[in-house]
Design a protein around this ligand. Structure first.
Ligand code: GLA
Length: 438
């Protein structure tokens, strides 16, 4: 869940919404187009890794890939409970360019960090998960996501060769917008294109999750990688994380906007607390199975059966389970409400999700709670909630289009005063998943 891309605070009018910059916030990012950023990346790539026939061979045209971040509309901490999620890929991304090498070496340069990392495919062959497949890129931790994907591909029997690659992103760091999944899936798409690997998007998402679980060592669910790989412009993705069946849910961008607000607080301790929540959910399943022998995961527990037995569980375990069980129901209800353009209902469900994450699952933070309270105090905001793993990072609000400037202003005016922290606000639009551009 650590995130590799660096970006300053500011308000970005990504997409078409155009909020006004307010107070201490600025619109630094908004002027540069995707084409500008591709050109900057290509220039740096050529400067750093000039073509050399001896290592690049003749089949060495560089490929360019775009890989988006994601925001989760609803369905939090359900993906590792075989549950439902409703995220979307966003119009903030990592751009990657690369070309084949014939000698099995990999060199990777991040424009954001100004750092280069290198390794050889043979360094990764045969490493075992959890043991010796430990991250090797201590000097450039972001490069572990690249190593992890190469490792997972090799381990699954694919045969990518070496490559030179440069990347640049505008997904904020540590904000819970999945820049790590964007880097993983972007690397996988680049390698698929360079080496014509027979990999579909679902396989790619699973492989990238494996890279994160078994190489980087973060026990995340499938939501992030799946969304980055399969997102669709104008749509959310209703995903059943057990079966991996999914359906695109149109997000009517005519009248509403999604506003992501970064609390400016990184997700410290997120990893250990995340694993603890996973363990508590497993405990809940074990205990409930005594009464409900057919359940495999909290996803299998209908709310009325849970209510019959919740008093038999310790309070903390009961609250963790309650969050997951009712959150699954909220995901389905949100998809239905969106289909009916019922934004008031969506907003209510988002609010309920936040309250449950705060009180039952206990993964919110004072800053996230303040951000939600500020947003929900603005007329035209249907609802707001923390998004992602929690303990810091971002909120997401569903907002009437004409209320966006008021929301941006309210955050700029009130959030620093209430928390002493500097916020950043991004209006995001649902975008396509990772794909080759050039
Ligand atoms: C992180 C993980 C996801 C998911 C969310 C919480 O983003 O990577 O798999 O569990 O937290 O919903």
């Amino acid at each position: 869940m650590s995130t590799p891309m660096e970006n300053g605070p500011g308000v970005s009018a990504s997409g078409t919404a155009g909020p006004q910059a307010a107070g201490a916030l600025n619109a630094a990012q908004s002027a540069e187009t995707l084409a500008d950023r591709v050109r900057t990346l290509q220039d740096e790539f050529r400067r750093r890794f000039p073509y050399d026939a001896r290592v690049h061979g003749t089949d060495a045209a560089p490929v360019v890939v775009r890989s988006p971040g994601r925001v989760n509309l609803i369905g939090e901490h359900t993906d590792y409970n075989d549950g439902f999620v409703l995220p979307l890929a966003i119009d903030r991304e990592i751009l990657l360019t690369g070309r084949r090498r014939t000698d099995g070496r990999v060199r990777v340069y991040s424009l954001n960090f100004g750092q280069e990392a290198s390794f050889h495919l043979n360094d990764l062959r045969g490493l075992r998960p959890g043991g010796d497949a430990a991250p090797a890129g201590r000097d450039a931790p972001w490069s572990d996501y690249v190593r992890g994907v190469v490792w997972a591909l090799l381990d699954a029997g694919f045969e990518p060769g070496g490559f030179d690659m440069a990347l640049a992103g505008n997904i904020p760091v540590g904000a819970g917008l999945s820049s790590s999944a964007a880097l993983e899936v972007g690397t996988a798409v680049l390698l698929r294109e360079l080496y014509r690997l027979e990999l579909d998007s679902v396989q790619m998402a699973k492989l990238c999750q494996r890279a994160e679980n078994d190489f980087v060592g973060v026990q995340c669910g499938i939501m992030d990688q799946f969304t980055v790989a399969l997102g669709r412009q104008g749509h959310g993705l209703l995903l059943d994380t057990r079966t991996l069946e999914y359906r695109y849910v149109p997000i009517p961008t005519q009248n509403v906007r999604l506003v992501v607000a970064d609390t400016g607080v990184g997700r410290q301790l997120a990893s250990s607390a995340y694993n603890q929540r996973r363990a508590e959910c497993e405990t809940a399943v074990e205990l409930l199975r005594r009464r409900l022998p057919d359940i495999r995961a909290l996803r299998d527990v209908p709310p009325h059966r849970f209510e019959q037995h919740r008093h038999e569980l310790a309070d903390v375990i009961a609250r963790r389970a309650a969050h997951v069980i009712y959150e699954n129901a909220r995901v389905q209800a949100t998809a239905d409400a969106l289909a009916n353009d019922n934004f008031t209902a969506c907003g209510r469900l988002m609010h309920a999700s936040h309250v449950s994450l705060r009180d039952n699952f206990e993964v919110s933070s004072p800053e996230l709670d303040e951000m939600v309270a500020i947003a929900e105090g603005v007329p035209g905001v249907y609802g707001a909630r923390m998004t992602g793993a929690g303990f810091g990072g971002c909120t997401v609000s569903l907002v009437r289009a004409d209320a966006v400037p008021d929301l941006v202003k309210a955050i700029a005016d009130q959030y620093p005063r209430r928390t002493g922290k500097t916020p950043a606000v991004y209006v995001v639009t649902p975008s396509d998943g990772a794909a080759r551009l050039i």
